[in-house]
Ligand binder design. Structure first.
Ligand SMILES: Cc1cc2nc3c(=O)[nH]c(=O)nc-3n(C[C@H](O)[C@H](O)[C@H](O)COP(=O)(O)OP(=O)(O)OC[C@H]3O[C@@H](n4cnc5c(N)ncnc54)[C@H](O)[C@@H]3O)c2cc1C
Length: 406
Protein backbone atom coordinates (compact mmCIF):
# COMPACT_ATOMS: atom_id res chain seq x y z
CA UNK A 1 0.00 0.00 0.00
CA UNK A 2 1.38 3.41 -0.81
CA UNK A 3 0.72 6.64 1.04
CA UNK A 4 1.00 10.27 0.14
CA UNK A 5 -1.04 10.55 -3.07
CA UNK A 6 -3.52 8.74 -0.88
CA UNK A 7 -3.87 5.41 -2.43
CA UNK A 8 -2.41 4.64 0.92
CA UNK A 9 -5.17 5.93 3.18
CA UNK A 10 -4.69 3.71 6.17
CA UNK A 11 -8.06 2.79 7.61
CA UNK A 12 -8.10 1.64 11.23
CA UNK A 13 -11.31 -0.35 10.62
CA UNK A 14 -10.98 -4.07 11.33
CA UNK A 15 -12.26 -6.59 8.81
CA UNK A 16 -13.52 -9.96 9.95
CA UNK A 17 -13.53 -13.04 7.77
CA UNK A 18 -15.89 -15.95 8.23
CA UNK A 19 -14.23 -18.68 10.34
CA UNK A 20 -14.13 -21.22 7.51
CA UNK A 21 -15.11 -21.42 3.89
CA UNK A 22 -16.92 -24.28 2.19
CA UNK A 23 -14.70 -26.31 -0.14
CA UNK A 24 -15.87 -25.70 -3.71
CA UNK A 25 -14.69 -27.94 -6.51
CA UNK A 26 -11.43 -26.87 -8.14
CA UNK A 27 -11.86 -24.47 -11.03
CA UNK A 28 -9.97 -27.12 -12.98
CA UNK A 29 -7.93 -30.18 -12.06
CA UNK A 30 -4.76 -29.22 -10.25
CA UNK A 31 -1.94 -29.26 -12.73
CA UNK A 32 0.82 -29.00 -10.17
CA UNK A 33 1.00 -31.36 -7.20
CA UNK A 34 4.04 -30.70 -5.06
CA UNK A 35 4.53 -32.32 -1.67
CA UNK A 36 4.69 -28.87 -0.08
CA UNK A 37 3.42 -25.50 -1.25
CA UNK A 38 5.00 -22.43 0.31
CA UNK A 39 2.76 -19.39 -0.08
CA UNK A 40 4.76 -16.17 0.08
CA UNK A 41 8.40 -15.54 -0.79
CA UNK A 42 9.55 -13.22 1.99
CA UNK A 43 12.30 -14.23 4.44
CA UNK A 44 10.15 -16.90 6.14
CA UNK A 45 8.86 -18.62 3.01
CA UNK A 46 12.12 -18.53 1.07
CA UNK A 47 14.19 -19.89 3.95
CA UNK A 48 11.68 -22.70 4.51
CA UNK A 49 11.70 -23.53 0.79
CA UNK A 50 15.53 -23.70 0.84
CA UNK A 51 15.53 -26.10 3.80
CA UNK A 52 12.84 -28.38 2.34
CA UNK A 53 14.33 -28.46 -1.15
CA UNK A 54 17.80 -29.10 0.27
CA UNK A 55 16.34 -32.18 1.97
CA UNK A 56 15.15 -33.40 -1.44
CA UNK A 57 11.44 -32.55 -1.04
CA UNK A 58 9.36 -31.30 -3.96
CA UNK A 59 8.51 -27.72 -3.05
CA UNK A 60 6.67 -25.07 -4.99
CA UNK A 61 6.90 -21.48 -3.74
CA UNK A 62 4.21 -19.05 -4.89
CA UNK A 63 5.09 -15.36 -4.71
CA UNK A 64 2.59 -12.80 -5.85
CA UNK A 65 5.09 -10.15 -6.91
CA UNK A 66 6.52 -10.60 -10.39
CA UNK A 67 9.34 -8.12 -9.90
CA UNK A 68 11.60 -6.93 -7.11
CA UNK A 69 9.91 -4.26 -5.06
CA UNK A 70 10.33 -2.18 -1.93
CA UNK A 71 8.77 -3.47 1.27
CA UNK A 72 7.88 -1.84 4.55
CA UNK A 73 10.81 -2.59 6.83
CA UNK A 74 13.51 -0.76 8.80
CA UNK A 75 15.97 -3.06 6.93
CA UNK A 76 18.10 -3.64 10.00
CA UNK A 77 19.70 -7.06 9.48
CA UNK A 78 20.60 -8.42 12.91
CA UNK A 79 23.28 -10.97 13.68
CA UNK A 80 20.66 -13.73 13.96
CA UNK A 81 19.28 -12.77 10.56
CA UNK A 82 22.81 -12.81 9.14
CA UNK A 83 23.28 -16.32 10.56
CA UNK A 84 20.15 -17.59 8.81
CA UNK A 85 21.15 -15.86 5.57
CA UNK A 86 24.67 -17.31 5.71
CA UNK A 87 23.13 -20.82 5.75
CA UNK A 88 21.74 -20.18 2.27
CA UNK A 89 24.83 -18.39 0.98
CA UNK A 90 23.73 -14.75 1.37
CA UNK A 91 26.11 -12.21 2.88
CA UNK A 92 24.68 -8.66 3.24
CA UNK A 93 28.19 -7.29 3.84
CA UNK A 94 29.45 -8.67 0.52
CA UNK A 95 26.34 -7.30 -1.21
CA UNK A 96 27.08 -3.74 -0.07
CA UNK A 97 25.02 -3.55 3.16
CA UNK A 98 25.87 -0.58 5.41
CA UNK A 99 27.57 -1.69 8.66
CA UNK A 100 25.89 -0.72 11.96
CA UNK A 101 27.70 -1.03 15.30
CA UNK A 102 25.85 1.42 17.51
CA UNK A 103 22.31 2.09 18.73
CA UNK A 104 21.24 5.66 19.55
CA UNK A 105 17.98 6.33 21.39
CA UNK A 106 16.69 9.87 20.94
CA UNK A 107 13.88 11.85 22.54
CA UNK A 108 13.67 15.61 21.98
CA UNK A 109 17.20 16.96 22.40
CA UNK A 110 18.22 14.08 24.61
CA UNK A 111 20.08 11.01 23.31
CA UNK A 112 21.64 7.88 24.77
CA UNK A 113 23.87 5.55 22.81
CA UNK A 114 25.56 2.22 23.24
CA UNK A 115 27.57 -0.17 21.08
CA UNK A 116 25.46 -3.02 19.73
CA UNK A 117 26.38 -6.48 20.97
CA UNK A 118 27.06 -7.41 17.30
CA UNK A 119 27.65 -5.82 13.89
CA UNK A 120 24.40 -5.41 12.00
CA UNK A 121 23.83 -4.27 8.41
CA UNK A 122 21.36 -1.96 6.73
CA UNK A 123 20.29 -3.76 3.57
CA UNK A 124 17.25 -3.13 1.37
CA UNK A 125 14.46 -5.68 1.29
CA UNK A 126 14.17 -5.11 -2.43
CA UNK A 127 17.56 -6.79 -2.83
CA UNK A 128 17.42 -9.12 0.12
CA UNK A 129 14.12 -10.77 -0.84
CA UNK A 130 15.33 -11.28 -4.41
CA UNK A 131 18.52 -12.90 -3.13
CA UNK A 132 16.36 -15.19 -0.98
CA UNK A 133 14.14 -16.20 -3.90
CA UNK A 134 17.26 -16.90 -5.96
CA UNK A 135 18.58 -19.04 -3.12
CA UNK A 136 15.29 -21.00 -2.97
CA UNK A 137 15.60 -21.71 -6.71
CA UNK A 138 19.27 -22.63 -6.36
CA UNK A 139 18.38 -25.10 -3.59
CA UNK A 140 15.90 -26.82 -5.93
CA UNK A 141 12.53 -25.24 -5.11
CA UNK A 142 10.25 -24.32 -7.98
CA UNK A 143 9.53 -20.60 -7.61
CA UNK A 144 6.46 -19.21 -9.38
CA UNK A 145 6.41 -15.41 -9.55
CA UNK A 146 3.25 -13.40 -10.12
CA UNK A 147 1.14 -16.10 -8.43
CA UNK A 148 -1.23 -14.48 -5.97
CA UNK A 149 -3.03 -17.06 -3.88
CA UNK A 150 -6.70 -16.21 -3.55
CA UNK A 151 -8.11 -19.30 -1.88
CA UNK A 152 -6.85 -22.16 0.16
CA UNK A 153 -9.11 -25.15 0.75
CA UNK A 154 -8.27 -27.75 3.36
CA UNK A 155 -9.32 -31.33 2.64
CA UNK A 156 -8.54 -34.55 4.52
CA UNK A 157 -5.62 -35.41 2.31
CA UNK A 158 -4.10 -31.95 1.97
CA UNK A 159 -4.83 -28.61 0.38
CA UNK A 160 -6.07 -27.15 -2.84
CA UNK A 161 -4.74 -23.78 -3.77
CA UNK A 162 -6.23 -21.30 -6.20
CA UNK A 163 -3.86 -18.59 -7.35
CA UNK A 164 -4.26 -15.79 -9.81
CA UNK A 165 -1.40 -15.91 -12.29
CA UNK A 166 -0.70 -19.63 -11.92
CA UNK A 167 -2.24 -23.09 -12.34
CA UNK A 168 -4.28 -24.45 -9.46
CA UNK A 169 -2.27 -26.61 -7.11
CA UNK A 170 -2.81 -29.53 -4.75
CA UNK A 171 -0.29 -30.03 -1.97
CA UNK A 172 -0.10 -32.31 1.03
CA UNK A 173 1.26 -29.56 3.25
CA UNK A 174 1.10 -25.78 3.15
CA UNK A 175 3.61 -23.36 4.61
CA UNK A 176 1.67 -20.13 4.90
CA UNK A 177 4.18 -17.26 4.73
CA UNK A 178 2.16 -14.32 3.41
CA UNK A 179 3.50 -11.94 6.06
CA UNK A 180 1.06 -9.23 7.04
CA UNK A 181 -1.48 -10.35 4.44
CA UNK A 182 -4.10 -12.82 5.62
CA UNK A 183 -5.70 -15.24 3.20
CA UNK A 184 -9.47 -15.18 3.14
CA UNK A 185 -10.80 -17.69 5.65
CA UNK A 186 -7.38 -17.95 7.35
CA UNK A 187 -7.24 -14.62 9.10
CA UNK A 188 -4.93 -14.47 12.11
CA UNK A 189 -6.65 -14.06 15.43
CA UNK A 190 -4.99 -10.81 16.48
CA UNK A 191 -7.41 -10.01 19.33
CA UNK A 192 -5.51 -8.58 22.27
CA UNK A 193 -2.57 -7.32 20.19
CA UNK A 194 -1.60 -3.69 19.80
CA UNK A 195 -2.76 -3.12 16.25
CA UNK A 196 -3.44 0.60 16.40
CA UNK A 197 -0.25 1.61 14.57
CA UNK A 198 0.27 2.78 11.01
CA UNK A 199 3.74 2.14 9.55
CA UNK A 200 5.64 4.10 6.89
CA UNK A 201 8.93 3.53 5.13
CA UNK A 202 10.81 5.75 2.73
CA UNK A 203 14.36 6.69 1.71
CA UNK A 204 16.38 9.91 1.70
CA UNK A 205 19.71 11.15 0.39
CA UNK A 206 21.19 13.03 3.33
CA UNK A 207 23.52 16.01 3.14
CA UNK A 208 27.12 14.73 3.54
CA UNK A 209 27.52 15.95 7.14
CA UNK A 210 24.34 14.22 8.28
CA UNK A 211 25.23 11.04 6.41
CA UNK A 212 28.57 10.94 8.22
CA UNK A 213 26.85 11.57 11.56
CA UNK A 214 24.41 8.71 10.96
CA UNK A 215 26.97 6.25 9.53
CA UNK A 216 27.46 3.17 11.71
CA UNK A 217 24.36 3.77 13.87
CA UNK A 218 20.74 2.77 14.05
CA UNK A 219 18.82 5.69 15.53
CA UNK A 220 15.53 5.07 17.31
CA UNK A 221 13.69 8.35 17.71
CA UNK A 222 10.79 8.45 20.16
CA UNK A 223 8.01 10.97 19.65
CA UNK A 224 4.51 11.49 20.97
CA UNK A 225 2.36 8.83 19.33
CA UNK A 226 5.10 6.63 17.91
CA UNK A 227 8.74 6.14 17.01
CA UNK A 228 11.01 6.23 13.98
CA UNK A 229 14.10 4.26 12.96
CA UNK A 230 16.78 5.88 10.83
CA UNK A 231 19.83 4.13 9.39
CA UNK A 232 21.89 3.86 6.23
CA UNK A 233 21.45 1.08 3.69
CA UNK A 234 23.42 0.36 0.50
CA UNK A 235 24.94 3.28 -1.39
CA UNK A 236 24.68 5.65 1.57
CA UNK A 237 20.90 6.09 1.27
CA UNK A 238 19.02 6.51 4.57
CA UNK A 239 15.99 4.38 5.42
CA UNK A 240 13.36 6.15 7.51
CA UNK A 241 10.81 3.74 8.91
CA UNK A 242 8.27 4.93 11.44
CA UNK A 243 5.18 3.87 13.29
CA UNK A 244 2.50 6.24 14.46
CA UNK A 245 -0.72 5.68 16.37
CA UNK A 246 -3.66 5.67 13.93
CA UNK A 247 -5.57 8.34 15.88
CA UNK A 248 -2.63 10.74 15.62
CA UNK A 249 -2.34 10.10 11.89
CA UNK A 250 -6.09 10.65 11.62
CA UNK A 251 -5.76 13.96 13.49
CA UNK A 252 -3.19 15.03 10.86
CA UNK A 253 -5.73 14.46 8.11
CA UNK A 254 -4.23 11.06 7.24
CA UNK A 255 -1.66 12.85 5.16
CA UNK A 256 1.98 11.74 4.99
CA UNK A 257 3.06 15.27 4.12
CA UNK A 258 1.32 16.64 7.22
CA UNK A 259 2.77 13.87 9.41
CA UNK A 260 6.29 14.43 8.10
CA UNK A 261 6.05 18.20 8.55
CA UNK A 262 4.73 17.64 12.09
CA UNK A 263 7.65 15.34 12.91
CA UNK A 264 10.23 17.81 11.63
CA UNK A 265 8.57 20.58 13.64
CA UNK A 266 8.46 18.56 16.88
CA UNK A 267 11.60 16.36 16.71
CA UNK A 268 14.73 18.53 16.47
CA UNK A 269 16.84 15.46 15.75
CA UNK A 270 14.76 14.42 12.74
CA UNK A 271 14.73 18.00 11.53
CA UNK A 272 18.53 18.10 11.68
CA UNK A 273 18.93 14.82 9.81
CA UNK A 274 16.13 15.18 7.25
CA UNK A 275 15.31 18.89 7.00
CA UNK A 276 17.58 19.29 3.94
CA UNK A 277 17.51 15.70 2.75
CA UNK A 278 16.30 14.67 -0.70
CA UNK A 279 13.48 12.09 -0.82
CA UNK A 280 14.28 9.08 -3.01
CA UNK A 281 10.74 7.69 -3.42
CA UNK A 282 7.78 9.69 -4.75
CA UNK A 283 5.75 8.62 -1.76
CA UNK A 284 6.37 6.34 1.19
CA UNK A 285 5.08 2.81 1.56
CA UNK A 286 2.47 2.46 4.28
CA UNK A 287 0.77 -0.26 6.25
CA UNK A 288 -2.05 -0.16 8.80
CA UNK A 289 -2.95 -2.33 11.77
CA UNK A 290 0.41 -3.97 12.42
CA UNK A 291 -0.55 -6.53 15.13
CA UNK A 292 2.38 -6.13 17.50
CA UNK A 293 2.57 -8.88 20.09
CA UNK A 294 0.75 -11.45 17.94
CA UNK A 295 1.67 -15.09 18.64
CA UNK A 296 -0.25 -17.74 16.73
CA UNK A 297 -2.14 -20.33 18.75
CA UNK A 298 -3.81 -22.77 16.38
CA UNK A 299 -7.56 -23.04 17.00
CA UNK A 300 -9.01 -26.54 17.32
CA UNK A 301 -10.27 -26.43 13.74
CA UNK A 302 -6.97 -25.35 12.17
CA UNK A 303 -6.20 -27.90 9.45
CA UNK A 304 -3.48 -30.48 10.03
CA UNK A 305 -0.48 -29.74 7.85
CA UNK A 306 -0.87 -25.95 7.88
CA UNK A 307 2.35 -24.34 9.09
CA UNK A 308 2.17 -20.59 9.62
CA UNK A 309 5.53 -18.89 9.31
CA UNK A 310 6.98 -15.42 9.89
CA UNK A 311 4.47 -12.67 10.54
CA UNK A 312 1.72 -15.26 10.16
CA UNK A 313 3.03 -16.82 13.38
CA UNK A 314 4.64 -14.03 15.45
CA UNK A 315 4.93 -10.24 15.16
CA UNK A 316 7.51 -8.45 17.33
CA UNK A 317 7.52 -4.63 17.61
CA UNK A 318 9.80 -3.50 14.83
CA UNK A 319 12.29 -1.50 16.93
CA UNK A 320 13.75 -4.84 18.10
CA UNK A 321 15.16 -5.18 14.56
CA UNK A 322 14.75 -8.95 14.77
CA UNK A 323 11.49 -9.54 12.88
CA UNK A 324 13.29 -10.98 9.86
CA UNK A 325 15.40 -13.22 12.09
CA UNK A 326 12.26 -14.52 13.80
CA UNK A 327 10.66 -15.07 10.39
CA UNK A 328 13.68 -17.03 9.14
CA UNK A 329 13.92 -18.97 12.40
CA UNK A 330 10.26 -19.96 11.97
CA UNK A 331 10.96 -21.06 8.38
CA UNK A 332 13.83 -23.28 9.40
CA UNK A 333 12.02 -24.63 12.44
CA UNK A 334 8.88 -25.45 10.43
CA UNK A 335 10.96 -27.24 7.79
CA UNK A 336 12.82 -29.20 10.42
CA UNK A 337 9.60 -30.15 12.23
CA UNK A 338 8.03 -31.28 8.95
CA UNK A 339 11.09 -33.32 7.97
CA UNK A 340 11.29 -35.01 11.38
CA UNK A 341 7.65 -35.25 12.45
CA UNK A 342 5.58 -34.90 9.30
CA UNK A 343 2.50 -32.69 9.12
CA UNK A 344 2.26 -32.07 12.88
CA UNK A 345 2.15 -28.30 12.59
CA UNK A 346 0.91 -27.83 16.16
CA UNK A 347 4.27 -29.14 17.49
CA UNK A 348 6.03 -26.45 15.47
CA UNK A 349 3.70 -23.68 16.63
CA UNK A 350 4.15 -24.64 20.29
CA UNK A 351 7.95 -24.70 19.94
CA UNK A 352 7.99 -21.35 18.14
CA UNK A 353 5.92 -19.76 20.91
CA UNK A 354 8.43 -21.08 23.47
CA UNK A 355 11.37 -19.83 21.40
CA UNK A 356 10.21 -16.27 20.76
CA UNK A 357 7.21 -15.58 23.04
CA UNK A 358 9.24 -13.92 25.84
CA UNK A 359 11.03 -11.66 23.33
CA UNK A 360 7.79 -10.60 21.67
CA UNK A 361 6.26 -9.84 25.09
CA UNK A 362 9.28 -7.85 26.34
CA UNK A 363 9.42 -5.76 23.16
CA UNK A 364 5.69 -5.08 23.60
CA UNK A 365 6.26 -3.93 27.19
CA UNK A 366 9.08 -1.59 26.10
CA UNK A 367 6.86 -0.08 23.45
CA UNK A 368 4.07 0.36 26.01
CA UNK A 369 6.54 2.17 28.32
CA UNK A 370 7.44 4.59 25.53
CA UNK A 371 3.85 5.68 24.97
CA UNK A 372 3.71 8.40 27.61
CA UNK A 373 5.92 11.49 27.65
CA UNK A 374 7.13 10.51 31.10
CA UNK A 375 7.94 6.99 29.91
CA UNK A 376 9.93 8.29 26.92
CA UNK A 377 11.94 10.69 29.09
CA UNK A 378 12.54 7.96 31.67
CA UNK A 379 13.70 5.44 29.03
CA UNK A 380 16.24 7.84 27.53
CA UNK A 381 17.40 9.04 30.97
CA UNK A 382 17.83 5.45 32.19
CA UNK A 383 19.83 4.57 29.06
CA UNK A 384 22.03 7.65 29.52
CA UNK A 385 22.78 6.58 33.08
CA UNK A 386 23.25 2.97 32.10
CA UNK A 387 24.12 2.67 28.39
CA UNK A 388 24.46 -1.10 28.93
CA UNK A 389 20.66 -1.13 29.33
CA UNK A 390 20.26 -0.56 25.60
CA UNK A 391 22.53 -3.48 24.94
CA UNK A 392 20.61 -5.72 27.33
CA UNK A 393 17.29 -4.68 25.75
CA UNK A 394 18.78 -5.45 22.31
CA UNK A 395 19.91 -8.89 23.51
CA UNK A 396 16.63 -9.80 25.19
CA UNK A 397 14.41 -8.96 22.23
CA UNK A 398 16.05 -11.37 19.78
CA UNK A 399 15.87 -15.04 18.89
CA UNK A 400 17.61 -16.50 21.96
CA UNK A 401 20.92 -18.32 21.57
CA UNK A 402 19.53 -21.61 22.93
CA UNK A 403 16.79 -21.64 20.26
CA UNK A 404 19.00 -21.00 17.25
CA UNK A 405 19.14 -23.93 14.85
CA UNK A 406 22.46 -25.34 13.69
C1 LIG B 1 7.44 -0.86 10.14
C2 LIG B 1 8.22 -2.13 10.25
C3 LIG B 1 9.60 -2.09 10.36
C4 LIG B 1 10.33 -3.28 10.45
N1 LIG B 1 11.69 -3.23 10.56
C5 LIG B 1 12.41 -4.37 10.68
C6 LIG B 1 13.82 -4.34 10.74
O1 LIG B 1 14.45 -3.28 10.67
N2 LIG B 1 14.49 -5.52 10.85
C7 LIG B 1 13.84 -6.72 10.90
O2 LIG B 1 14.50 -7.77 11.04
N3 LIG B 1 12.49 -6.78 10.82
C8 LIG B 1 11.77 -5.64 10.70
N4 LIG B 1 10.41 -5.70 10.58
C9 LIG B 1 9.75 -6.99 10.59
C10 LIG B 1 9.91 -7.72 9.25
O3 LIG B 1 9.67 -6.84 8.17
C11 LIG B 1 8.93 -8.88 9.18
O4 LIG B 1 8.91 -9.56 10.40
C12 LIG B 1 9.32 -9.86 8.07
O5 LIG B 1 9.28 -9.22 6.82
C13 LIG B 1 8.39 -11.05 8.06
O6 LIG B 1 8.74 -11.89 7.00
P1 LIG B 1 7.67 -12.82 6.31
O7 LIG B 1 8.41 -13.66 5.35
O8 LIG B 1 6.82 -13.45 7.35
O9 LIG B 1 6.67 -11.80 5.55
P2 LIG B 1 6.93 -10.75 4.39
O10 LIG B 1 8.30 -10.24 4.43
O11 LIG B 1 5.81 -9.77 4.50
O12 LIG B 1 6.77 -11.59 3.07
C14 LIG B 1 5.52 -12.11 2.68
C15 LIG B 1 5.57 -12.42 1.20
O13 LIG B 1 4.35 -13.05 0.82
C16 LIG B 1 3.91 -12.50 -0.40
N5 LIG B 1 2.45 -12.68 -0.43
C17 LIG B 1 1.54 -12.04 0.34
N6 LIG B 1 0.31 -12.48 0.05
C18 LIG B 1 0.45 -13.41 -0.93
C19 LIG B 1 -0.47 -14.22 -1.63
N7 LIG B 1 -1.79 -14.16 -1.41
N8 LIG B 1 0.00 -15.08 -2.57
C20 LIG B 1 1.34 -15.16 -2.82
N9 LIG B 1 2.25 -14.40 -2.17
C21 LIG B 1 1.82 -13.54 -1.23
C22 LIG B 1 4.34 -11.05 -0.35
O14 LIG B 1 4.42 -10.48 -1.65
C23 LIG B 1 5.69 -11.16 0.34
O15 LIG B 1 6.75 -11.34 -0.58
C24 LIG B 1 9.66 -4.52 10.46
C25 LIG B 1 8.27 -4.55 10.32
C26 LIG B 1 7.55 -3.37 10.22
C27 LIG B 1 6.06 -3.44 10.07
Amino acid sequence: MAAGGHRGRASPRRRRDPPGLPVPPLRREAAVTPEIAVIGGGPAGSIAACALARAGRRVVLLEREREPRHKICGEFVSIEAQGALAQVGIDPAALGGAPIDMVRLVHGESAAESPLPFRAYGFTRRRLDEALLDAARAHGAEVIRGASVRRLHAADDGFRIEAEGSEDLSAGTVFLATGKHDLRGFKRDTAGTRDSLVGFKTYFRLPPGERRALAGAIEVILFAGGYAGLQLVEEGIANLCLLVEADRFEALGRSWDALFAHLLATCPHLDRRLGDAEPVLDKPLAIARVPYGFLHRPAGDEPHGLFRLGDQAAVIPSFSGDGMAIAMHSGRLAARTYLEQGRAASLFHARLRRDVGPQVRLAGALYAASRSGLGRRALVAACRLWPGGLRVAAERTRVPVHARLA
